[in-house]
Write a protein that binds this ligand. Structure first.
Ligand SMILES: [Zn+2]
Ligand SMILES: [Zn+2]
Length: 392
Protein backbone atom coordinates (compact mmCIF):
# COMPACT_ATOMS: atom_id res chain seq x y z
CA UNK A 1 0.00 0.00 0.00
CA UNK A 2 0.89 3.65 -0.17
CA UNK A 3 1.78 5.54 3.03
CA UNK A 4 3.28 8.81 4.25
CA UNK A 5 6.58 7.83 5.83
CA UNK A 6 8.88 9.77 8.18
CA UNK A 7 12.58 9.90 7.27
CA UNK A 8 13.79 12.74 9.44
CA UNK A 9 13.33 16.40 10.11
CA UNK A 10 11.47 18.06 7.21
CA UNK A 11 11.66 14.77 5.31
CA UNK A 12 8.45 12.88 4.70
CA UNK A 13 7.91 10.71 1.67
CA UNK A 14 5.08 8.85 0.02
CA UNK A 15 6.24 5.25 -0.32
CA UNK A 16 5.01 1.77 -1.11
CA UNK A 17 5.08 -0.31 2.08
CA UNK A 18 3.75 -3.77 2.98
CA UNK A 19 0.00 -3.94 3.70
CA UNK A 20 -0.83 -4.21 7.41
CA UNK A 21 -1.88 -7.65 8.64
CA UNK A 22 -3.93 -8.93 11.57
CA UNK A 23 -1.38 -9.66 14.31
CA UNK A 24 -3.67 -10.18 17.31
CA UNK A 25 -7.17 -11.67 17.58
CA UNK A 26 -8.70 -8.29 18.51
CA UNK A 27 -7.19 -6.42 15.52
CA UNK A 28 -9.07 -5.09 12.54
CA UNK A 29 -7.77 -3.72 9.26
CA UNK A 30 -9.34 -0.45 8.17
CA UNK A 31 -9.29 0.91 4.62
CA UNK A 32 -8.78 4.62 5.20
CA UNK A 33 -11.18 6.97 3.47
CA UNK A 34 -10.14 10.18 5.26
CA UNK A 35 -7.13 11.12 7.35
CA UNK A 36 -5.94 14.46 8.71
CA UNK A 37 -2.67 16.18 9.54
CA UNK A 38 -2.60 17.31 13.16
CA UNK A 39 -0.76 20.24 14.72
CA UNK A 40 1.04 17.71 16.88
CA UNK A 41 2.31 15.95 13.70
CA UNK A 42 4.29 19.13 13.10
CA UNK A 43 6.41 18.33 16.17
CA UNK A 44 7.45 15.16 14.29
CA UNK A 45 8.04 17.12 11.09
CA UNK A 46 10.22 19.57 12.98
CA UNK A 47 12.14 16.72 14.60
CA UNK A 48 11.31 17.48 18.23
CA UNK A 49 9.79 14.15 19.23
CA UNK A 50 12.38 11.59 20.37
CA UNK A 51 12.36 7.92 19.32
CA UNK A 52 11.12 8.39 15.75
CA UNK A 53 12.74 6.02 13.26
CA UNK A 54 13.19 6.34 9.51
CA UNK A 55 10.39 4.33 7.93
CA UNK A 56 7.71 5.13 10.53
CA UNK A 57 4.25 5.63 9.02
CA UNK A 58 2.69 8.89 10.19
CA UNK A 59 -0.82 9.95 11.13
CA UNK A 60 -3.19 9.46 14.05
CA UNK A 61 -6.45 11.04 12.85
CA UNK A 62 -8.26 8.67 10.51
CA UNK A 63 -11.44 6.85 9.64
CA UNK A 64 -12.54 4.32 7.09
CA UNK A 65 -14.11 0.99 6.36
CA UNK A 66 -13.40 -2.29 8.14
CA UNK A 67 -12.05 -4.77 5.58
CA UNK A 68 -10.84 -7.57 7.87
CA UNK A 69 -11.35 -8.53 11.51
CA UNK A 70 -9.48 -10.82 13.88
CA UNK A 71 -11.32 -13.83 15.38
CA UNK A 72 -11.94 -12.11 18.76
CA UNK A 73 -13.52 -8.92 17.39
CA UNK A 74 -17.16 -8.92 18.54
CA UNK A 75 -18.63 -5.50 17.81
CA UNK A 76 -17.35 -4.75 14.33
CA UNK A 77 -17.76 -6.53 11.04
CA UNK A 78 -16.40 -6.18 7.53
CA UNK A 79 -18.07 -3.24 5.82
CA UNK A 80 -18.60 -1.14 8.97
CA UNK A 81 -17.62 2.52 8.75
CA UNK A 82 -15.59 3.63 11.75
CA UNK A 83 -13.78 6.63 13.21
CA UNK A 84 -10.64 5.49 15.04
CA UNK A 85 -9.50 7.27 18.26
CA UNK A 86 -5.83 8.28 18.20
CA UNK A 87 -5.28 6.75 21.62
CA UNK A 88 -5.12 2.96 21.55
CA UNK A 89 -6.92 1.39 24.52
CA UNK A 90 -7.76 -2.15 25.57
CA UNK A 91 -11.06 -1.27 27.28
CA UNK A 92 -10.40 -3.66 30.17
CA UNK A 93 -7.54 -2.40 32.36
CA UNK A 94 -7.82 -0.20 35.46
CA UNK A 95 -7.32 3.02 33.48
CA UNK A 96 -9.77 2.06 30.72
CA UNK A 97 -12.39 1.08 33.30
CA UNK A 98 -12.03 4.55 34.81
CA UNK A 99 -12.47 6.15 31.36
CA UNK A 100 -8.83 7.19 31.30
CA UNK A 101 -8.28 5.59 27.92
CA UNK A 102 -5.17 7.59 27.05
CA UNK A 103 -3.55 5.91 30.05
CA UNK A 104 -4.34 2.34 28.99
CA UNK A 105 -1.89 -0.01 30.64
CA UNK A 106 -1.87 -2.60 27.87
CA UNK A 107 -1.50 -0.73 24.60
CA UNK A 108 2.10 0.50 24.72
CA UNK A 109 4.49 -2.36 23.90
CA UNK A 110 7.38 0.06 24.52
CA UNK A 111 6.20 1.02 28.00
CA UNK A 112 9.77 0.60 29.29
CA UNK A 113 10.90 3.51 27.09
CA UNK A 114 8.11 5.76 28.30
CA UNK A 115 8.82 4.77 31.90
CA UNK A 116 12.43 5.92 31.54
CA UNK A 117 11.32 9.29 30.26
CA UNK A 118 8.13 9.89 32.24
CA UNK A 119 8.05 7.50 35.21
CA UNK A 120 5.03 5.51 34.02
CA UNK A 121 3.75 4.87 30.53
CA UNK A 122 0.60 6.27 28.92
CA UNK A 123 -1.34 4.46 26.16
CA UNK A 124 -0.03 3.69 22.71
CA UNK A 125 -0.75 6.21 19.96
CA UNK A 126 -0.82 5.72 16.18
CA UNK A 127 2.04 7.18 14.18
CA UNK A 128 3.62 9.02 17.06
CA UNK A 129 7.10 7.68 17.85
CA UNK A 130 8.33 4.49 19.49
CA UNK A 131 7.92 6.01 22.93
CA UNK A 132 4.17 5.55 22.48
CA UNK A 133 4.32 2.15 20.85
CA UNK A 134 5.77 2.61 17.38
CA UNK A 135 2.37 1.89 15.79
CA UNK A 136 2.00 2.49 12.07
CA UNK A 137 -0.19 5.53 11.53
CA UNK A 138 -3.19 6.37 9.41
CA UNK A 139 -1.76 8.61 6.69
CA UNK A 140 -1.91 5.54 4.49
CA UNK A 141 -4.32 3.44 2.46
CA UNK A 142 -4.83 0.93 5.28
CA UNK A 143 -4.10 0.65 9.00
CA UNK A 144 -4.09 -2.09 11.60
CA UNK A 145 -6.40 -1.13 14.46
CA UNK A 146 -5.71 -3.02 17.72
CA UNK A 147 -8.53 -3.58 20.27
CA UNK A 148 -10.89 -2.85 17.38
CA UNK A 149 -14.02 -3.63 19.35
CA UNK A 150 -13.28 -1.25 22.21
CA UNK A 151 -12.05 1.90 20.49
CA UNK A 152 -13.49 2.82 17.11
CA UNK A 153 -17.00 4.22 16.87
CA UNK A 154 -19.30 2.91 14.15
CA UNK A 155 -20.94 5.50 11.93
CA UNK A 156 -24.12 3.84 10.79
CA UNK A 157 -25.70 6.41 8.52
CA UNK A 158 -24.45 8.29 5.50
CA UNK A 159 -23.13 11.28 7.45
CA UNK A 160 -20.13 12.62 5.55
CA UNK A 161 -16.54 11.73 6.56
CA UNK A 162 -15.67 15.42 6.88
CA UNK A 163 -18.34 15.89 9.56
CA UNK A 164 -17.12 13.06 11.83
CA UNK A 165 -13.39 12.59 11.07
CA UNK A 166 -12.32 14.99 13.83
CA UNK A 167 -13.86 12.75 16.47
CA UNK A 168 -10.54 10.90 16.13
CA UNK A 169 -8.68 13.67 17.98
CA UNK A 170 -9.11 17.44 17.68
CA UNK A 171 -12.79 17.68 18.60
CA UNK A 172 -12.60 15.57 21.79
CA UNK A 173 -9.24 17.18 22.58
CA UNK A 174 -10.73 20.68 22.45
CA UNK A 175 -13.78 19.50 24.37
CA UNK A 176 -11.78 17.81 27.12
CA UNK A 177 -9.61 20.94 27.40
CA UNK A 178 -12.73 22.98 28.16
CA UNK A 179 -14.20 20.32 30.44
CA UNK A 180 -10.94 20.34 32.41
CA UNK A 181 -11.57 24.05 33.17
CA UNK A 182 -14.45 23.17 35.50
CA UNK A 183 -16.42 26.07 34.02
CA UNK A 184 -18.98 27.80 36.24
CA UNK A 185 -21.73 30.11 34.97
CA UNK A 186 -20.29 33.56 34.30
CA UNK A 187 -16.71 32.36 33.86
CA UNK A 188 -14.21 34.00 31.54
CA UNK A 189 -11.99 31.49 29.72
CA UNK A 190 -8.85 32.50 27.78
CA UNK A 191 -7.52 30.19 25.05
CA UNK A 192 -3.95 30.44 23.73
CA UNK A 193 -3.70 29.01 20.19
CA UNK A 194 -6.55 29.13 17.68
CA UNK A 195 -5.69 26.10 15.61
CA UNK A 196 -8.25 23.28 15.36
CA UNK A 197 -7.99 22.26 19.04
CA UNK A 198 -8.23 25.87 20.14
CA UNK A 199 -11.31 26.47 17.96
CA UNK A 200 -13.09 23.44 19.45
CA UNK A 201 -11.98 24.43 22.95
CA UNK A 202 -13.54 27.87 22.44
CA UNK A 203 -16.83 26.39 21.21
CA UNK A 204 -16.85 23.81 23.98
CA UNK A 205 -16.21 26.47 26.65
CA UNK A 206 -19.34 28.33 25.52
CA UNK A 207 -21.36 25.09 25.41
CA UNK A 208 -20.22 24.29 28.95
CA UNK A 209 -21.39 27.65 30.27
CA UNK A 210 -18.59 30.18 29.89
CA UNK A 211 -19.88 33.73 29.61
CA UNK A 212 -16.89 35.06 27.70
CA UNK A 213 -14.05 33.42 25.81
CA UNK A 214 -10.92 35.34 24.88
CA UNK A 215 -8.86 33.83 22.06
CA UNK A 216 -5.15 34.52 21.54
CA UNK A 217 -3.08 33.88 18.39
CA UNK A 218 -1.08 35.81 15.80
CA UNK A 219 -2.59 34.59 12.52
CA UNK A 220 -5.46 36.82 11.34
CA UNK A 221 -7.36 33.95 9.67
CA UNK A 222 -7.44 31.95 12.90
CA UNK A 223 -8.49 34.95 14.98
CA UNK A 224 -11.16 35.75 12.42
CA UNK A 225 -12.46 32.18 12.63
CA UNK A 226 -12.56 32.40 16.43
CA UNK A 227 -14.55 35.62 16.40
CA UNK A 228 -16.87 34.92 13.49
CA UNK A 229 -17.49 31.25 14.07
CA UNK A 230 -17.51 31.25 17.86
CA UNK A 231 -18.03 34.91 18.92
CA UNK A 232 -14.78 34.87 20.92
CA UNK A 233 -13.09 38.16 21.79
CA UNK A 234 -9.71 38.02 20.09
CA UNK A 235 -6.20 39.26 20.90
CA UNK A 236 -3.18 39.21 18.59
CA UNK A 237 -0.09 38.71 20.75
CA UNK A 238 2.12 40.46 18.21
CA UNK A 239 0.04 43.60 18.63
CA UNK A 240 -0.91 43.75 22.31
CA UNK A 241 0.59 42.88 25.68
CA UNK A 242 -1.49 39.81 26.50
CA UNK A 243 -1.05 39.88 30.28
CA UNK A 244 -2.03 43.53 30.44
CA UNK A 245 -4.98 43.13 28.07
CA UNK A 246 -6.36 40.14 30.00
CA UNK A 247 -6.08 42.02 33.29
CA UNK A 248 -7.99 44.97 31.85
CA UNK A 249 -10.66 42.77 30.25
CA UNK A 250 -11.38 40.93 33.50
CA UNK A 251 -11.69 43.81 35.96
CA UNK A 252 -8.16 43.27 37.25
CA UNK A 253 -8.67 39.64 38.31
CA UNK A 254 -7.50 37.56 35.34
CA UNK A 255 -9.47 34.87 33.50
CA UNK A 256 -11.10 32.12 35.60
CA UNK A 257 -9.52 29.49 33.39
CA UNK A 258 -6.68 29.52 30.85
CA UNK A 259 -6.12 26.92 28.13
CA UNK A 260 -2.70 26.25 26.56
CA UNK A 261 -3.66 24.84 23.16
CA UNK A 262 -0.18 25.47 21.77
CA UNK A 263 2.29 23.12 23.45
CA UNK A 264 5.96 22.49 22.97
CA UNK A 265 6.75 24.70 20.00
CA UNK A 266 5.31 27.95 21.24
CA UNK A 267 6.31 31.10 19.45
CA UNK A 268 6.53 34.27 21.40
CA UNK A 269 8.12 37.65 21.71
CA UNK A 270 10.84 38.90 24.00
CA UNK A 271 13.77 37.48 25.87
CA UNK A 272 12.23 34.27 27.24
CA UNK A 273 11.03 33.18 23.79
CA UNK A 274 14.55 33.63 22.41
CA UNK A 275 16.00 31.75 25.39
CA UNK A 276 13.74 28.74 24.67
CA UNK A 277 14.56 28.74 20.97
CA UNK A 278 18.28 28.62 21.63
CA UNK A 279 18.05 25.98 24.36
CA UNK A 280 15.75 23.78 22.27
CA UNK A 281 18.05 24.08 19.26
CA UNK A 282 21.01 23.03 21.39
CA UNK A 283 18.97 20.15 22.82
CA UNK A 284 19.31 21.63 26.31
CA UNK A 285 15.55 21.86 26.67
CA UNK A 286 13.08 19.56 24.92
CA UNK A 287 10.13 21.96 24.78
CA UNK A 288 9.50 25.70 24.46
CA UNK A 289 7.09 26.43 27.32
CA UNK A 290 6.42 30.08 26.50
CA UNK A 291 2.64 29.70 26.56
CA UNK A 292 2.68 27.51 29.65
CA UNK A 293 4.52 30.29 31.49
CA UNK A 294 2.01 32.82 30.25
CA UNK A 295 -1.08 30.85 31.29
CA UNK A 296 0.38 30.19 34.74
CA UNK A 297 0.90 33.91 35.28
CA UNK A 298 -2.30 35.15 33.62
CA UNK A 299 -4.88 32.95 35.33
CA UNK A 300 -6.80 34.49 38.23
CA UNK A 301 -5.98 33.48 41.83
CA UNK A 302 -7.50 30.08 42.51
CA UNK A 303 -8.25 29.54 38.82
CA UNK A 304 -7.69 26.55 36.56
CA UNK A 305 -5.06 26.00 33.87
CA UNK A 306 -5.89 23.38 31.24
CA UNK A 307 -3.15 22.03 28.97
CA UNK A 308 -4.22 20.10 25.85
CA UNK A 309 -1.05 21.28 24.03
CA UNK A 310 1.51 18.50 23.67
CA UNK A 311 4.70 18.55 25.74
CA UNK A 312 7.43 15.94 25.49
CA UNK A 313 10.06 16.23 28.15
CA UNK A 314 11.65 18.85 30.34
CA UNK A 315 11.39 22.63 30.47
CA UNK A 316 13.09 25.57 32.12
CA UNK A 317 11.87 28.58 34.03
CA UNK A 318 8.44 27.31 34.85
CA UNK A 319 6.84 29.77 37.30
CA UNK A 320 6.16 27.20 39.98
CA UNK A 321 5.93 29.98 42.57
CA UNK A 322 2.95 31.47 40.75
CA UNK A 323 1.26 28.08 40.57
CA UNK A 324 1.75 27.31 44.27
CA UNK A 325 1.23 30.68 45.89
CA UNK A 326 -1.87 31.50 43.89
CA UNK A 327 -3.66 28.17 44.47
CA UNK A 328 -3.92 27.32 40.77
CA UNK A 329 -5.12 23.95 39.53
CA UNK A 330 -3.49 22.39 36.45
CA UNK A 331 -5.35 19.75 34.46
CA UNK A 332 -3.90 18.08 31.41
CA UNK A 333 -3.47 14.78 29.60
CA UNK A 334 -3.67 13.14 26.24
CA UNK A 335 -7.35 12.95 25.37
CA UNK A 336 -9.47 10.05 26.62
CA UNK A 337 -11.01 9.96 23.15
CA UNK A 338 -13.08 6.78 23.60
CA UNK A 339 -14.95 8.40 26.50
CA UNK A 340 -16.11 11.33 24.34
CA UNK A 341 -16.96 9.64 21.02
CA UNK A 342 -20.65 8.94 21.56
CA UNK A 343 -21.64 12.20 23.28
CA UNK A 344 -19.72 14.29 20.77
CA UNK A 345 -21.16 12.39 17.79
CA UNK A 346 -24.57 13.31 19.18
CA UNK A 347 -23.52 16.94 19.53
CA UNK A 348 -22.38 16.95 15.88
CA UNK A 349 -25.79 15.56 14.85
CA UNK A 350 -27.54 18.22 16.94
CA UNK A 351 -25.49 20.95 15.28
CA UNK A 352 -23.55 22.00 18.39
CA UNK A 353 -20.39 21.47 16.35
CA UNK A 354 -19.81 21.84 12.62
CA UNK A 355 -16.31 20.32 12.30
CA UNK A 356 -16.35 20.34 8.51
CA UNK A 357 -16.03 24.11 8.57
CA UNK A 358 -12.52 23.82 9.92
CA UNK A 359 -11.19 22.12 6.78
CA UNK A 360 -9.28 24.55 4.59
CA UNK A 361 -7.62 21.96 2.34
CA UNK A 362 -8.79 18.61 0.94
CA UNK A 363 -5.88 16.84 -0.79
CA UNK A 364 -4.65 13.46 -2.02
CA UNK A 365 -2.40 11.24 0.10
CA UNK A 366 0.34 11.96 -2.47
CA UNK A 367 0.22 15.60 -1.44
CA UNK A 368 1.01 14.84 2.23
CA UNK A 369 4.69 15.91 2.25
CA UNK A 370 3.95 19.29 0.67
CA UNK A 371 0.86 19.68 2.85
CA UNK A 372 2.99 19.35 6.00
CA UNK A 373 5.15 22.19 4.82
CA UNK A 374 2.16 24.34 3.92
CA UNK A 375 0.54 23.68 7.30
CA UNK A 376 3.74 24.24 9.29
CA UNK A 377 4.49 27.52 7.52
CA UNK A 378 0.80 28.56 7.63
CA UNK A 379 0.80 29.14 3.87
CA UNK A 380 -2.49 29.61 2.03
CA UNK A 381 -4.21 30.39 5.37
CA UNK A 382 -4.03 26.66 6.09
CA UNK A 383 -5.90 25.63 9.25
CA UNK A 384 -6.71 21.95 8.69
CA UNK A 385 -5.71 19.50 5.97
CA UNK A 386 -7.72 16.37 5.21
CA UNK A 387 -6.21 13.73 2.92
CA UNK A 388 -8.32 11.30 0.87
CA UNK A 389 -6.17 8.24 0.15
CA UNK A 390 -8.61 6.72 -2.36
CA UNK A 391 -9.45 9.87 -4.31
CA UNK A 392 -7.06 10.38 -7.20
ZN1 LIG B 1 -3.99 14.99 16.44
ZN1 LIG C 1 -6.67 -0.43 28.88
Amino acid sequence: MKANVWHGKNDMRIEQVPDPRILNPRDAIVKITSTAICGSDLHLYDGYVPSMEAGDILGHEFMGEVVETGPAVRHLKVGDRVVVPFTIACGQCFSCEHHHHSLCENSNPNAWMAEKMWGYSPAGVYGYSHLTGGYAGGQAEYARVPYADSGPIRIDDGIDDDKVLFLSDVLPTGYMAAENCNIQPGDVVAVWGCGPVGQFAIQSAYLLGAERVIAIDRFPERLQMASEWSRAEVLNYEQVDIAKALREMTGGHGPDACIDAVGMEAHGTGFMAAYDRIKQMMRLESDRPQVLREVLRACRNGGTVSVPGVYGGFVDKLPIGSLMNRSLTIRTGQTHVQHYLQPLLERIRKGDFDPERLITHRLRLDDAPSAYKMFRDKEEACIKVVLKPWVH
